[in-house]
Design a protein around this ligand. Structure first.
Ligand code: ZN
Length: 465
């Protein structure tokens, strides 16, 4: 083992010191620097070797990546475009600087493996570098940048540490209408014919998109789920749930989602000539349903259960100012991290739909459009992260993810968990997206402290089998 600190300093080339704090969009608004110009590192402990975690470097990396964008507001780095390729090139450079072996597979998933990964199961940290159009600076990117910072610190402490960084390709559904494409292809979760069948929204088949992105169809990676001890994805909170505090969210589960199309069929008739008592107004049924669904959600909230009920799409026929509506269709988007809550709410919504139909003399049709079950995180990894937070006195709480992430693909095969960094702006997929520096520092600290226990997770898992 080389003496601690003998690895070349990992400060990225071309990044000036001191780092311009708060140049990343949204950060100024999030946490204005105090009068004393307090260092971003204030909340981060140094170890004996002086290998401090460097939140300033994380912010500087986020700045660099935010600059890799199509012109226009916010960040636009859509999967498999030229900008996305520049993101992969950035990833490769960072691997080079840290002494990680860079690999990109035929679908654009990028890996950086430390030498120790050849000897022992790796702790994998990362997320994705592709973005929606006019995104903020943090969604996905934060997890990759944190991965490099965690790897840098671990390797400074022990050059043999088995730590790896990943950026999954095409996590956002912007290009293909479906998300987590790269991670699902990696695990063979998309149908065998996906390469032939899947087309982007412009109608270009995935295979053509991949070759157009300069990816080698014959490239393979040394990725092996059995060679991974644990996976952790750090992500910006995409809502306002963690508020503008320094709290870190520890994700116990990723919500499942059910989309249901409900149709009420009554009778179209003249707006002036048809008596109220004789009308069979489909829109009135839908309106009663929407209000009752909101009341149901508020009861779920009051019980302390976690769910969201959203009706974001509605269609009337005829849709005319002088007609009573004959048919109304809505799509309900129901989410919960709790499978029992999901099923009970789905059944309750169907009952309400049929009740309002009966009340208004309407025929009702209920059709499930799609269903994704909730995915529980590894209780062991969650436990290790919470323990490390308690040890380091990091403000944290359990906080389910209501949006989908690559972790839900990995969690079926690899002990996995997620940490959420608070987003004071309360919005994501928006240039205003922000992060709390204190929460970022907390997530870095938790993950860093958890590493020694995560490294031995695979061994523990094998013993338990
Ligand atoms: Zn994301």
């Amino acid at each position: 083992m080389r003496p601690a600190g003998s690895i070349a300093p990992a400060r990225p080339r071309g990044v000036a010191e001191p780092v311009r704090a708060g140049t990343v969009a949204g950060l100024d608004a999030a946490l204005p620097e105090d009068e004393a110009g307090a260092s971003l590192d204030a909340a981060l402990p140094e170890d004996e070797a002086g290998a401090s975690l460097d939140a300033a470097r994380v912010l500087s990396d986020l700045d660099e990546l935010a600059a890799i964008s199509d012109p226009g507001p916010g960040v636009t780095r859509v999967a498999y475009t030229q900008r996305d390729a520049e993101g992969r090139a950035w990833f490769a450079r960072r691997c080079d600087e840290l002494g990680l072996r860079f690999e990109v597979d035929s679908h654009g998933n990028c890996f950086g493996w430390s030498p120790g990964c050849d000897e022992r199961p790796a702790v994998l940290v990362g997320s994705h570098l592709d973005s929606v159009r006019e995104a903020g600076s943090y969604d996905g990117v934060l997890g990759v940048v944190v991965g490099f910072e965690i790897a840098r610190r671990a390797l400074t402490r022990d050059p043999g540490a088995p730590v790896a960084v990943v950026s999954f390709a095409c996590e956002e559904s912007t290009r293909f209408g479906i998300g987590t494409v790269g991670s699902r292809l990696l695990f063979g979760d998309l149908d065998g014919g996906a390469l032939e069948d899947l087309q982007d929204l412009d109608g270009t088949p995935l295979r053509e998109v991949l070759s157009g992105a300069g990816l080698d169809p014959a490239a393979s990676s040394t990725f092996d789920p059995d060679g991974i001890a644990a996976f952790v994805e750090v992500h910006v909170d995409q809502g306002s749930g963690l508020g503008d505090t320094g709290t870190v969210g520890v994700v116990p589960a990723i919500a499942g989602c059910i989309r249901t199309r409900i149709s009420w069929r009554g009778e179209a008739s003249h707006s002036g000539a048809h008596a109220r008592s004789q009308r069979r107004n489909a829109l009135l049924g839908a309106a009663r349903f929407i209000v009752a669904a909101e009341d149901l959600w508020s009861e779920i909230d009051a019980r302390g259960e976690s769910a969201t009920v959203t009706i974001g799409w509605l269609e009337n026929r005829p849709n005319a100012p002088n007609s009573v509506v004959g048919t109304t269709d809505v799509v309900v988007d129901l989410r919960s991290p709790d499978a029992a809550v999901l099923t009970a709410t789905e059944e309750a919504l169907e009952r309400i739909a049929r009740d309002v139909g009966e009340e208004g003399g309407l025929e009702v049709d209920v059709k499930t459009l799609g269903r994704i079950e909730p995915v529980e995180m590894s209780a062991a990894v969650v436990g290790i992260l919470r323990e490390s937070a308690r040890d380091a006195e990091v403000d944290h709480r359990l906080f389910p993810s209501m949006a989908g992430h690559d972790t839900e693909v990995l969690a079926h095969r690899i002990p996995s968990a997620m940490l959420f960094v608070a987003n004071p702006a309360g919005v994501s997929h928006n240039p205003a997206e922000a992060i709390s520096r204190e929460s970022l520092a907390g997530a870095l600290t938790m993950l860093d402290r958890a590493l020694p226990e995560l490294f031995v997770m695979r061994a523990t898992r094998l013993e338990g089998e």
